[in-house]
Design a binder for this molecule. Structure first.
Ligand SMILES: CC(C)(COP(=O)(O)OP(=O)(O)OC[C@H]1O[C@@H](n2cnc3c(N)ncnc32)[C@H](O)[C@@H]1OP(=O)(O)O)[C@@H](O)C(=O)NCCC(=O)NCCS
Length: 292
């Protein structure tokens, strides 16, 4: 039976997010002032699964998505209820269905302030704060620390050189997602002693560019893996989502023109998601809020 919900005077049914015109999803994200372009929605639809809440004449009132990574893990994102239908139970209705679709996978997401109480009530627990840093990149970048290794550009057909490193940093295999992101990305690697010890991607997103993922062994490497992209983006609107509150990497971003615009909370359900250990690389920049 088709699932339905009544929000105010609207009778809504759940549909597959792949079946709606991308312009309707774009209008939905604009309604909550998110910067996603139709192209960004297309990428999300290729990367994951999701539902929309639609009325009898095909208008979209809400969305929610999930992105499988590895066998037993997924991230959740793009959870939106259009403002005129908020606080009527729509967000919970969407999330109940996403949780059903995810089955017994371990889950992680990045909660906005608006959504935080909903996720707590659904059994998610907080792990860390993500600082969304963005702005126009300074004409002159701050002085860089000494480079410990060699920076190279990685062609998108050589991703096997970074997937194992990425898995050590994230704790799950996201080769399929990286392949999708890499299609339109410029990728840098940092090597030491012939071994790749870090990588970063730069792609177009929203109002400008996003640098992420940024995976590195330490903050100094992360600075170099970010600077290599920023130096080509002077004056351009750029975003980095990071869990570094302060220290070398956060200060470098600040002085490059990327100030904190907003914070979200990384939450998980099931197995703990974040596991930072000195011997492992770390995610200094997220692929995106929905993707981690
Ligand atoms: C977050 C969002 C999806 C919630 O959607 P919604 O349809 O308003 O959610 P619901 O009506 O199902 O409410 C869910 C819970 O949120 C809280 N809540 C909702 N509206 C609230 C309000 N006006 N004031 C305080 N709490 C509120 C309540 O805890 C509610 O729980 P309850 O069912 O026990 O009452 C919606 O606000 C939204 O799209 N915001 C902008 C985009 C966004 O931040 N998305 C989240 C990405 S992680």
């Amino acid at each position: 039976m088709q699932k339905s919900v009544r929000l105010k005077s609207f009778e809504l049914v759940a549909g597959d997010i792949r079946d709606v015109d991308v312009e309707l999803l774009h209008a939905l994200s604009i309604s909550v002032r998110w910067p996603h372009r139709p192209k960004d929605w297309e990428l999300f639809r290729r990367a994951g699964h999701g539902i929309v809440a639609v009325d009898g004449i095909g208008r979209v009132f809400g969305s929610a998505m999930w992105f499988p990574q590895g066998d037993n893990f997924a991230t959740v994102g793009l959870v939106i209820t259009t403002p005129r239908a908020q606080a009527q139970g729509g967000g919970r209705w969407l999330m109940d269905q996403i949780l059903e679709q995810c089955g017994n996978r371990n889950l992680a997401l990045n909660a906005t302030h608006a959504a935080y109480p909903l996720y707590v009530s659904l059994g998610f627990t907080s792990e860390a704060i993500v600082y969304m840093r963005q702005g126009e990149v300074q004409q002159t970048l701050p002085a860089l620390p000494t480079l410990g290794g060699e920076l190279n550009e990685l062609p998108s057909d050589r991703l096997t050189e970074i997937t194992a490193l990425d898995e050590r940093a994230v704790g799950t295999n996201r080769a399929r997602l990286l392949a999708l992101l890499a299609k339109d990305a410029s990728i840098a690697t940092l090597s030491r002693g012939g071994e790749v010890v870090g990588y970063s991607m730069r792609r177009e997103f929203g109002r400008g560019f996003v640098i992420g993922p940024i995976v590195a062994q330490n903050a100094w490497d992360a600075v170099h893996l970010t600077a290599v992209h920023l130096k080509n983006l002077e004056g351009r609107f750029t975003r980095v989502d990071t869990r570094e509150r302060d220290g070398v990497f956060a200060e470098f971003l600040q002085r490059s023109g990327l100030g904190v615009a907003e914070t979200v909370t990384t939450m998980s359900k099931g197995r703990r998601f974040l596991n930072r250990e000195d011997k492992n690389p770390w995610v200094y920049g997220l692929a995106g809020h929905a993707l981690n």
